[in-house]
Design a protein. Structure first.
Length: 294
């Protein structure tokens, strides 16, 4: 019986394998790190973690790092752009973890957990352990995580270059200590953290939350000199109206941006639990904002 040789085909096969490999999406190298105080974080690393910019991604109240990574889908596009994504874990007596964002929420707020110090420790540990740049940080979060991300950015402006909050407004008792770029995404039909402020009819915290306009004003006021305000409106592929308000620096860069999703409730737009909204993806909007941050 004559034996067929594959040797002549090897160059073509190598080209085919290489093409398949380069066409596949990049997957983050995910690791879980336990800290000495019993708290932990998950980190998803880009191909080259040394010196990579960091995104702190804070889960909502009652969530956890893995749940937020799964529901938001943030890591694949972020690591492909070269970011390391850190998902710190809040605190609580059960798996329902929360952040002490001032006026919210639950265990972390009631017991006065030092989450500012915890996030400092997470960044320092990740820099030492993985070589990421803990002085080039971006922050984002959902709901209670958004409140905490905005609080951290307000209090650590030398460290955080930009923050993107989704469906969670900052406690107005906190001052934005120096300019930090802000993107805030919020639905007008949010029944947990109302767009116009106050107590949400579905909120477990039952505290009067700040309005989105209050948070935008707090971050805008930290920039020196006048900001040029603009407003535009777009319609998503599902018919959802998206109103964008921007506060721009004299050179045209965006210092503060609010994206208002008409009729949208309390969820991460474009995520696994986003409901009917199909015309807007928070991950893309956030990463584009971070890429262009002043």
């Amino acid at each position: 019986m004559r034996r067929l040789s594959l040797l002549p085909l090897l160059p073509a096969l190598a080209v085919l394998v290489l093409a398949l490999m380069t066409s596949l999406p990049l997957h983050a190298a995910s690791q879980t790190v336990e800290l000495t105080n019993g708290r932990w974080y998950r980190i998803d690393l880009p191909t080259k973690p040394e010196g990579a910019s960091v995104i702190l991604a804070l889960h909502g109240g009652g969530g956890n790092p893995n749940q937020f990574a799964r529901n938001s889908g943030l890591s694949p596009p972020a690591t492909e752009r070269g970011y390391a994504v850190i998902y710190p874990a809040g605190s609580g007596r059960t798996r329902l973890l929360t952040w002490n964002a001032g006026y919210c929420c639950a265990y972390a707020q009631v017991t006065g957990v030092d989450d500012m110090g915890f996030l400092d420790a997470v960044l320092a540990d990740a820099a030492e352990r993985f070589g990421v740049d803990d002085d080039r940080v971006f922050a984002t979060g959902m709901s209670n995580g958004s409140m905490m991300a905005e609080r951290y950015a307000a209090g650590r402006p030398a460290k955080v270059r930009a923050v993107a909050g989704v469906a969670g407004t900052m406690d107005p008792s906190f001052r934005v200590e120096a300019p930090v770029a802000l993107l805030h995404i919020h639905g007008t039909a949010d029944r947990m953290v109302p767009f116009t402020g106050g107590k949400g009819e579905k909120s477990f915290a039952q505290v009067p939350f700040a309005a989105v306009s209050d948070t935008a004003a707090a971050f805008a006021s930290a920039w020196h000199g006048p900001l040029v305000q603009t407003q535009g409106k777009a319609v998503g592929t599902d018919g959802t109206s998206i109103v964008t308000r921007e506060w721009r620096l004299p050179d045209g860069r965006v210092a503060v941006k609010v994206m208002v999703l008409e009729g949208f409730d309390h969820a991460w737009p474009g995520g696994r639990r986003a409901g009917p909204l199909t015309g807007f993806d928070a991950d893309t909007a956030i990463l584009d904002f971070f890429d262009a941050a002043p």
